[in-house]
Design a protein. Structure first.
Length: 115
């Protein structure tokens, strides 16, 4: 891994968006090599140990799911209107997002990934 800003690293680890990771840093919840970090411009590399709330975080492995989306499902992972959606077909501990979208009544290949 090349050197990168801490908020980006946390985001790649699946912690939260970069903006939310910035807030976690400002809230003094993130440490690097045992030192609490409050500077948003700190960079890390693969030799550093990064912790959030005293739990080690590390980059997620990339996950790719290729799905033959059936007719009648929305291309969302959850739906505010409780409509049937592709998220109902994925285990809850897999954190992926659809790449693009297919209409509810369209069938076809749908790619989901955390990359």
């Amino acid at each position: 891994m090349t050197e990168m800003r801490l908020n980006r690293y946390l985001s790649l680890c699946g912690v939260a968006s970069r903006r939310k990771c910035e807030q976690l840093i400002l809230d003094e919840r993130v440490s690097v090599n045992g030192k609490t970090i409050t500077d948003l411009f700190v960079t890390v590399d693969d030799k550093d140990v990064v912790r959030l709330d005293d739990e080690k975080v590390s980059p997620q492995k990339h996950t790719y799911i290729v799905m033959n989306k059936p007719k009648g499902l929305t291309t969302t992972l959850n739906d505010e209107k409780n409509r049937d959606n592709v998220g109902m077909l994925i285990r809850r501990n897999i954190f992926v997002k659809p790449v693009g979208r297919l209409d509810k009544n369209t069938t076809g290949v749908l790619l989901l990934t955390n990359d």
